[in-house]
Design a protein around this ligand. Structure first.
Ligand SMILES: C[S@@+](CC[C@H](N)C(=O)[O-])C[C@H]1O[C@@H](n2cnc3c(N)ncnc32)[C@H](O)[C@@H]1O
Length: 258
């Protein structure tokens, strides 16, 4: 952690006074952009997001190859990470569950699921559940794999989020957290220009909603850097905690084993 960064508890959208109001603001924000979320995601990331989800799913190919394994994709939003996991599992049919606390985001996931069902048949259909990542409605030691793509950063309490993931994982189970990061050097300069100046403006114009696309770069800036996240993961009970940068460190995958 750099000397200028303060230890943060979790996401803090503008105006949030405590973890409850932060969570409420995050849910409202994603609900407001749900109708445009997919299009904006692909446009603003130049479609690289698809590669990141697939790469993450491939990383866990061994777990996904087990026929009766249970997978939870947290903060699943409109479901693209969840679909990538199902696709990677192929016809081995593990139980893949996508969870999110925004009803509107889940509705999009469900309707995409129905489209895929008619196109591909039932083998690759995840199930969806409305749930808060900090209070999961699952027993201890239930899942073989818990993932989260671009969602964990939005939790109001990162350490509580990690503890909750560890709680629902079986011993030996793995977690994979894919999220943005701030690259350094010249790439970092370009990244900051795009992420802080261009993306919020384009996002606001295309979605017609002010706020969420300014929150995005702020939340990435606030998010712990990899060395600090790895310490937090170890403290929450994960071993073999690693971070793998994706696309010059614009994003990256945290992995840990319970
Ligand atoms: C940036 S979107 C990511 C969606 C998807 N995983 C993806 O890769 O496109 C973040 C999602 O996290 C969800 N989220 C944030 N905090 C949450 C919480 N405490 N519990 C459940 N979902 C949460 C939001 O509702 C939103 O759908």
């Amino acid at each position: 952690m750099s000397a200028t960064r303060k230890l943060v508890t979790g996401a803090a959208p503008e105006g949030a006074r405590d973890p409850d109001s932060a969570a409420h603001a995050v849910r409202e924000m994603f609900t407001s952009i749900a109708p445009h979320y997919d299009l904006l995601n692909h446009v603003l990331s130049f479609n690289i997001d698809r590669l990141w989800w697939r790469r993450t799913a491939r990383t866990f190919a061994q777990i996904l190859a087990q026929p009766d394994c249970r997978i939870l994709d947290l903060c699943c939003g409109t479901g693209d990470m969840t679909f990538a996991l199902s696709k990677q599992a192929g016809n081995r049919r593990p139980q893949v569950l996508g969870a999110d606390f925004s009803h509107a985001m889940l509705q999009r996931a469900r309707s995409k699921s129905l489209d895929k069902l008619s196109a591909n048949g039932p083998s690759s259909t995840p199930r969806w559940i409305e749930a808060d990542a900090l209070r999961l409605p699952f027993p201890d030691q239930h899942f073989n794999l818990v993932t989260s793509a671009f969602g964990f950063r939005n939790l109001a309490d990162y350490d509580a989020g990690l503890r909750e993931i560890a709680r629902v994982l079986r011993p030996g189970g793995e977690c994979g957290i894919l999220d943005f990061s701030e690259p350094k050097g010249i790439i970092g300069n370009f990244y900051r220009l795009y992420f802080k100046q261009i993306l919020p403006r384009v996002g606001t114009i295309l979605s017609g909603v002010r706020g969420p696309y300014a929150y995005l770069p702020n939340s990435v800036e606030r998010f712990p850097e990899p060395p600090e996240m790895l310490v937090r993961m170890r403290l929450a009970g994960f071993r073999e905690a690693t971070w793998t940068p994706y696309t010059l460190g614009i994003a990256g995958l945290y992995r840990g084993k319970k």
